[in-house]
Design a protein. Structure first.
Length: 503
């Protein structure tokens, strides 16, 4: 079993993530988060919010509608340009992404080529249907948005949004007023997005319904400086420049400040977010050598962007974009002004009437979660089971409680400990099977501490605490558990010093 298959097996079996409606023949590209996955995702979002929203004084959060009228996507350009090239098998009728049938000499899929050229390459290189080996049709463009009819009589077309961003642009006037009509300001949104992907693949990496967290950071294009830039300017980030991509060179490591000075990154706002993202992803347990920002080549850059520096993670199947960082300029606000007839300009302190510019970090939650699952996964022959070394901030469960035996007042005492800890942490209670099996189950979902309640717990109010990462155990007083666990997850004390060690 490959590493990826083993991760999926644990996800399916332990209530982390599994296919949607799998009792029926499933449609690919949809996944449900089970109880453990829901906690992981919730904690990831809380941590993201703490890192990118609460830590700033000029970023607000909103929650917009998922279905939006067609007019929004006419203006944003999605109706015309949010397309992928497809080719259909003339025999078995299966549909394929045309750009993924063709690889360049380095093995990379070709992207951004016009349909005519793709059709010619398919013919010239005699590329056949990957499923049955038959002839393929001419290449056509396919719009990735999912369409729906609004109102009982129909006639009003809506789309499930393909990105969370558009709510922010369409509500811009109101949001700007809430921000006391001052630039720069940002708006964040956490929510679902939908894309009718032609070939969903790699578990939750490319799906049809997914979760995004996006920030639209509005600023005056004549004053693109970021006031908090000093705090990050010396932080180093890894950038895979266009030059390095074209000439087979390695990515460069450079400070955020130098990246702006050398015009590798277009402005301070973009560099600010890149530096924060790099720190954030490292703190999620993803090593630095599995992270890089790739300057997208012109032909791959989305229709709304003046340039993208996307954060990529190295997965088992290769590098994959996980955060799209786009310079959206005034593209969206200008087009919404044109199509809606509403004035979305703002007046600056020095009385200039402008359309704000935007940089946009757009995080894929599911892809990030797969990045975390991949890089926190420990294959552990010594223990005899594999487990996830989730950082404390996002571990679904902080503590597991195990009654040693199910008699003599131990279950009651264990329940008491469980209820007390539950007020502070996410806690798992497990009273079935051997202690070894219970450790294995707790480790498999990345639970940081396992507390065993035994006969001494009844007499001396003490319990055994085992640490997930080392399997070392200490004996501590039950009355001190909450404060010790808090200190441990905040890294204020060493595990081995909080109680008497157990050999
Ligand atoms: N608002 C800009 C935007 O949506 P994007 O690069 O198309 O940009 C941003 O998407 C992120 O959303 C991606 O980097 C990825 O993590 C996630 N994403 C996009 N399509 C996805 C899909 N089909 N399945 C899972 N995640 C997806």
């Amino acid at each position: 079993m490959s590493r990826m298959e083993e991760i999926q097996r644990i996800c399916f079996n332990r209530g982390i993530i599994f296919p949607t409606a799998e009792i029926y023949s499933t449609i690919s590209g949809f996944f449900d988060y089970g109880p453990v996955g829901t906690l992981l995702k919730k904690k990831f979002i809380d941590y993201w919010r703490e890192f990118f929203v609460k830590s700033e004084d000029n970023i607000l959060e909103m929650e917009g509608s998922i279905i939006l009228p067609e007019s929004v996507f006419k203006a944003s350009g999605h109706l015309e340009s949010f397309v992928d090239p497809i080719a259909q098998c003339l025999k078995c009728k299966s549909i394929h992404r045309a750009d993924e049938l063709i690889q360049d000499k380095t093995g990379k899929f070709v992207e951004g080529k016009p349909v005519k050229e793709l059709t010619e390459i398919i013919k010239k290189e005699k590329i056949k249907c990957p499923r049955c080996g038959s002839e393929l049709s001419e290449v056509k463009l396919f719009n990735l948005m999912l369409k729906t009819e609004i109102s009982p009589l129909g006639g009003q077309t809506g789309y499930l949004r393909p990105e969370t961003a558009q709510n922010i642009f369409t509500a811009f006037q109101r949001l700007f007023r809430v921000a006391r009509s001052k630039l720069p300001f940002g708006v964040a949104q956490v929510g679902r997005s939908f894309r009718n992907e032609i070939s969903p693949r790699n578990f939750i990496v490319r799906v049809r319904e997914f979760n995004q967290v996006e920030i639209e950071m509005f600023y005056d294009p004549e004053k693109p400086d970021c006031k908090n830039f000093d705090g990050v300017k010396n932080k180093k980030i890894v950038i895979f420049t266009r030059d390095a991509q074209k000439n087979d060179k390695e990515p460069i490591k450079i400070t955020a400040e130098d990246a702006v000075k050398k015009k590798i990154v277009p402005n301070e706002w973009m560099a600010y977010f890149l530096a924060k993202e790099f720190e954030f992803y490292k703190s999620l347990g993803i090593p630095e050598d599995a992270l890089r920002f790739r300057h997208m080549l012109p032909e791959e850059t989305p229709h709304y962007s003046d340039g993208n520096l996307d954060l990529e993670i190295k997965f088992d199947f290769g590098w994959k974009e996980t955060v799209g960082n786009a310079v959206r300029t005034d593209h969206d606000l200008k087009n919404h002004m044109k199509f809606s007839g509403k004035d979305l300009t703002v007046t600056t302190d020095d009385k200039r009437k402008i359309v704000p510019n935007v940089v946009e970090p757009s995080f894929g939650i599911d892809r990030t979660i797969y990045g975390i699952l991949t890089h926190c996964f420990i294959e552990d022959k010594k223990r005899g089971w594999n487990w996830f070394k989730f950082p404390a901030k996002i571990a679904p469960y902080t503590v597991a409680i195990f009654p040693l035996v199910n008699k003599d007042g131990i279950p009651e005492k264990s329940m008491e400990v469980y209820k007390t800890l539950k007020k502070e942490f996410d806690v798992l209670y497990d009273d079935s099977g051997s202690i070894g099996r219970r450790y294995a189950r707790a480790d498999e979902v990345g639970t940081i501490f396992a507390v065993t309640v035994d006969y001494d717990s009844l007499e001396k109010d003490s319990c055994t605490v085992r640490h997930r990462d080392t399997t070392k155990q200490v004996r501590i007083k039950i009355k001190d558990l909450v404060s010790i666990v808090n200190k441990l997850i905040n890294k204020e004390v060493d595990f081995e010093k909080v109680g008497s060690p157990i050999k």
